[in-house]
Design a binder for this molecule. Structure first.
Ligand SMILES: [Zn+2]
Length: 230
C-alpha cells in the first residue's frame, strides 16, 4: 500500500536528479545512475597530490589536500554545487561527503585524522540560507570516515571597523567577519580535516587555517567536494 501511495505521489511530484534534473527512478537517491557514473572524480586522495598542495605553498602549512571532483564551468559538478548552496539541496552535500569519506577512510594518509571542521558560513548568508553547506559535507565525511565533526571550534567572528561618522544605513558595510577559534583544547595535538564545498584560490581556507596552525600541536589537512585547480 505504501509503495502504491509512493508511486502515485511521485507521478505528481517526481523526485529530480540534483545533477541533471531528470526524474529519479525508485532505487535512485539524489543522483540518477548516469550522473553517478559520470561524476568526474579526481582520485587525488590516492596520491600525494602536489597540484592541490601547491595552492597553499608558502601560505599556510597543510599536510594533505584532496578533492573528490573536478570543477568546470557549465559542468554537472557546477550544477550540483549550485543546488547544494542555493537551492536547499543540502542532502547532496552529506551524500557526496559520505561517499568520499568512505574512500578517504581506506587511505593511510587520512587515517590519522582525528576530527573534521567545516568552514563556517558568514552569519548573514547563514540566516538567508538556513544551513551551512560545509556542515552537511562534514556530516557526510564524518559518517563515511567514522570520526566526529566539530562545529564549535572554527567560527566566524565579527569585528566592526570605526563606527564614527557612519550613518545607521551604511554601518553594516563596515562589519567584517573573520575566522576565529573557540575551545582550542578540543583540537590540541590533533590532526584536523577542514572541509568546504569547492577549492578555488584557497583564500577562504587560508584565512581559516591561519587560526588553526597557531594552536599547539595541530596538523591541518583539507578536503573539498570539488576543485577548480587541476
Ligand atoms: Zn542525473
Amino acid at each position: 500500500m505504501k509503495q502504491f501511495i509512493d508511486n502515485i505521489f511521485s507521478m505528481f511530484y517526481p523526485r529530480l536528479c540534483v545533477g541533471c534534473g531528470n526524474a529519479l527512478r525508485q532505487n535512485e537517491e539524489l543522483l540518477c545512475l548516469p550522473c553517478l557514473l559520470h561524476l568526474p572524480e579526481t582520485h587525488f586522495h590516492q596520491q600525494h597530490d602536489q597540484v592541490l598542495r601547491d595552492v597553499f605553498a608558502g601560505r599556510v602549512p597543510v599536510r594533505e589536500v584532496a578533492s573528490l571532483l573536478y570543477y568546470n564551468k557549465g559542468s554537472i559538478v557546477q550544477h550540483i554545487l549550485h543546488q547544494l548552496k542555493y537551492k536547499g539541496e543540502k542532502e547532496i552535500g552529506r551524500y557526496l561527503g559520505s561517499y568520499y569519506g568512505r574512500q578517504l577512510a581506506k587511505e593511510p594518509r587520512f587515517r590519522s585524522v582525528d576530527c573534521i571542521l567545516p568552514i563556517p558560513l558568514h552569519s548573514r548568508k547563514l540566516r538567508k540560507r538556513g544551513y551551512n553547506q560545509s556542515e552537511w559535507i562534514a556530516m557526510g565525511l564524518s559518517e563515511g570516515m567514522g570520526i566526529s565533526y566539530l562545529t564549535d571550534v572554527l567560527v566566524r567572528t565579527q569585528f566592526t571597523e570605526t563606527q564614527t561618522k557612519k550613518s545607521r544605513f551604511n554601518r553594516w558595510e563596515n562589519v567584517k567577519e573573520v575566522f576565529g577559534v573557540q575551545h582550542p583544547e578540543k583540537i590540541r595535538y590533533k590532526h584536523v580535516l577542514v572541509c568546504d564545498d569547492v577549492l578555488t584560490t584557497g583564500a577562504t581556507m587560508e584565512a581559516a587555517i591561519q587560526h588553526l596552525v597557531g594552536i599547539e600541536g595541530v596538523t591541518v589537512s583539507v578536503v573539498t567536494l570539488a576543485t577548480a585547480t587541476h
